[in-house]
Write a protein that binds this ligand. Structure first.
Ligand code: DQA
Length: 155
């Protein structure tokens, strides 16, 4: 059985279409492949990673709330379009009070002006944007290095 601190990787709307969706902006890698790579990286660092995507704000709010009963130690989250709109998701993250890193595949500051504002960044431990899928890798490594309590290795 997998052991180690548990992180959740949460993806917002339309990220299920990665690979097909505006590849010139978001690249060609699918979400499935990003998730698989992220899980392998987490395992190599002694962490557990569970991935969840939804196109529905309420489902993401529910999922964030559930983290409290599941011993989750933090989130890596790409809120996607909800980045720029969702007080509800921001409030959910504040309610559970777990650390999170915000990730965007594209550089949101180099795009339409409305994308420059995030409802999450001022609460995030760190923000990664414009690095494509490497952003998820950086976020997981950052969690491992800086945000998790050291664990006693199991025998
Ligand atoms: C995004 C950027 C958002 O502005 C956009 O709505 C997305 C994806 C990114 O990963 O670059 O859906 O979060």
């Amino acid at each position: 059985m997998a052991t180690g601190p548990l992180l959740w990787l949460l993806h917002g709307p339309n990220l299920n279409m990665l690979g097909q969706r505006e590849p010139e902006v978001y690249g060609s890698q699918t979400l499935e492949s990003i998730n698989a790579q992220s899980v392998l990286l987490a395992q190599s660092l002694g962490l557990r990673l569970e991935c969840f995507q939804s196109n529905h704000e309420g489902e993401l709010v529910d999922r964030i709330q559930q983290a409290l009963n599941q011993n989750v130690e933090g989130f890596v989250i790409n809120p996607a379009g909800f980045t720029h709109t969702s007080v509800a998701l921001r409030d959910a993250l504040a309610a559970v009070a777990l650390p999170f890193v915000e990730v965007h595949l594209s550089n949101i500051h180099r795009r339409e002006p409305f994308r420059s504002h995030s409802y999450f960044s001022d609460k995030a431990e760190a923000v990664v944007c414009g690095m494509g899928p490497l952003g998820y890798e950086s976020a997981i490594r950052f969690f491992h290095k800086h945000l998790l309590k050291p664990t006693t290795p199991s025998r």
